[in-house]
Write a new protein. Structure first.
Length: 212
């Protein structure tokens, strides 16, 4: 099996596996990146810490990618399986297509050029179009753990009340219990007060909260 046939089969198999396995479509959103779970999901000091960490990370990244002769965008493309498989498929297909008319270095050059054009003007537009139909996984009540919620009612002497929390872009009301440590400390929650969700029982639509 020659170079072009091998590239054609490998590229086709790789793209087919990615399409069937859902790879290359938007990854599942993590807890902090989900709809309705932005920077407000944690206390102020924690958010500032995250921002500082991000700034440091960008700074380090800026130094690491500034090495002479290395284009960050090219490195990113070469590390993308979809990009590599597209080039292999285009290289093999064009190489086989021009085989009856030429060979040697000219055939290789035409195959390389065809691979780049194939990836840029055929695969990329089709892939981007398919991504429009990819939806983010729905968030569940469990994803609200460590998020802030708002007390809808004042909590009673036993530490029971109702809170509202944003889940997947919707406001959900949940029965809540103030954690034992805060109750022993004498904490009371008033309507409108902000609390933090510590634990969730989605089956019973209940949660445990703590004082901020």
């Amino acid at each position: 099996m020659d170079l072009y046939i091998s590239s054609l089969l490998l590229g086709a198999a790789g793209l087919g596996a990615m399409a069937l396995g859902g790879l290359g479509i938007r990854g599942g959103h993590g807890h902090s990146a989900g709809p309705g779970h932005g920077a407000h999901a944690h206390g102020g000091s924690h958010v500032h810490g995250v921002h500082n960490h991000d700034a440091s990370a960008h700074s380090v990244q800026g130094r690491s990618t500034s090495s002479p002769g290395i284009a960050p965008s090219l490195v990113w493309l070469l590390s993308s399986p979809r990009f590599v498989f597209s080039l292999l498929l285009g290289f093999g297909a064009v190489g086989e297509l021009v085989r009856p008319f030429t060979g040697g270095a000219v055939q290789i050059a035409l195959a390389v050029l065809g691979a780049v054009l194939f990836e840029r003007f055929l695969v990329t537009p089709l892939w981007n179009f398919s991504m429009r139909f990819a939806s983010a996984p729905a968030q569940t009540l469990e994803s609200a753990v460590t998020d802030e919620a708002t007390a809808v009612t004042a909590f009673d002497a036993q530490g029971h009340g109702i809170v509202s929390v944003e889940v997947d872009g919707q406001i959900v009301q949940v029965l809540a219990t103030l954690r034992a440590a805060d109750r022993e400390f004498g904490g009371r929650i008033r309507a409108g007060q902000r609390v933090r969700i510590e634990d969730v029982n989605a089956d019973q639509n209940r949660c445990t909260v703590s004082l901020l």
